[in-house]
Design a protein around this ligand. Structure first.
Ligand code: PMP
Length: 314
């Protein structure tokens, strides 16, 4: 008899649900891929398990080893779940601007949290550079979500096929923000092969430079914004810009207003970037789309409870 599945076996196979009220009257449905229902509350559980599986298969992890990751939170929570169950330690290096709620979730799961300044990638105190240095100095295993091929691969192997099957074999467009780029790259590669007419759309915060890199029609700006987990100044190593057909730029205000509508009108307890993705999805439908538009609902509202934008709206 198979042993009772662990919580890690509940990663993936997330529901796809209609965003029915907000999408009422549109020519094609908008469907939300409920990644916030993963056990750690985000899409990042998938890559956390995949990266640790890959390291174990290569014999890179001794029992009780320490994993280290540069994470704004969600990948850390996923890794903390995997580490707890598989018997590893986890250190997360996060920039100070990330929410206290994410930090609390990491601490609750037994991870060590190292908070560093909000420094640019060119600085030695940038969170990614600190994680790399700690790995080298202390012999910790750098899980390296921004560069690890298992990140896009797990989305190509699981998230993409799930979406296509849940849509009955036809997707009009797939809309996602980019943090590491793993989700859009993996799902994009799968859909370009198995449903070539599907459009792959980047949902990018106003202030991020990524939309400009997809299409120079968008301004080359590099400014601040409040939505967490997506956008950036430079394309991460795993991001394959060639799978992206177009970008939609969304303001913080639009994202947060839509996030609250998703909670109140759709019963979806999601974080800010889900609002960004749904605003981008509505624009995608308005531009014309042949088939359902799938949006990534990447994480859960409880990661943002202490944030002013949430406090002001709930
Ligand atoms: N984190 C959050 C909070 C997100 O909203 C998204 C995109 N929807 C991601 C991560 C996607 O991450 P990645 O590009 O690293 O796969």
């Amino acid at each position: 008899m198979n042993p009772t599945p662990s919580i890690l076996d509940r990663i993936g196979n997330t529901p796809l649900v209609p965003i029915a009220r907000i999408g009422a009257g549109l020519p094609v449905p908008i469907l939300g891929k409920c990644e916030f229902l993963n056990p750690g509350g985000s899409v990042k559980d998938r890559i956390a398990r995949a990266i640790v599986d890959d390291a174990e298969q290569r014999g890179l992890l001794q029992p009780g080893a320490t994993l280290v990751e540069a994470t704004a939170g969600n990948t850390g929570v996923g890794l903390a779940l995997v580490a707890a169950i598989r018997g590893y330690r986890l250190a997360c290096v996060m920039p100070a601007k990330m929410s206290a709620d994410k930090r609390s979730a990491l601490v609750a799961l037994g991870a060590e949290v190292i908070v560093v300044d909000n420094a640019p990638l060119s600085s030695p105190t940038n969170f990614r550079n600190v994680a790399r240095r700690l790995a080298a100095e202390r012999g910790w295993f750098l899980t390296d979500q921004f560069a690890h091929p298992a990140n896009p691969r797990i989305h190509e192997q699981t998230t993409g096929p799930e979406i296509l099957a849940q849509c009955g074999g036809k997707v009009g467009a797939f809309v996602s923000g980019v943090g590491t780029g793993g989700t859009i790259t993996g799902v994009g590669r799968f859909l370009k092969t198995h449903c070539p007419t599907a459009k792959i759309i980047l949902a990018d915060p106003v202030g991020s430079r990524l939309a400009h890199l997809v299409n120079a029609i968008h301004p080359d700006v590099d400014a601040g914004y409040q939505v967490e987990g997506i956008g950036g100044s430079e394309p991460p190593a795993v991001l394959d810009l060639s799978v992206i057909d177009a970008a939609e730029r969304v303001t913080d205000e639009e994202s947060f207003t839509m996030t609250c509508r998703l909670m109140r009108e759709e019963g979806l307890l999601v974080g800010g970037s889900s609002g960004t993705a749904v605003v981008a999805a509505l624009r995608t439908v308005a531009r014309g789309c042949d088939g359902p538009v799938v949006v990534v609902l990447a994480d859960s509202w409880d990661r943002y409870l202490s944030r002013p934008w949430m406090q002001q709206r709930i």
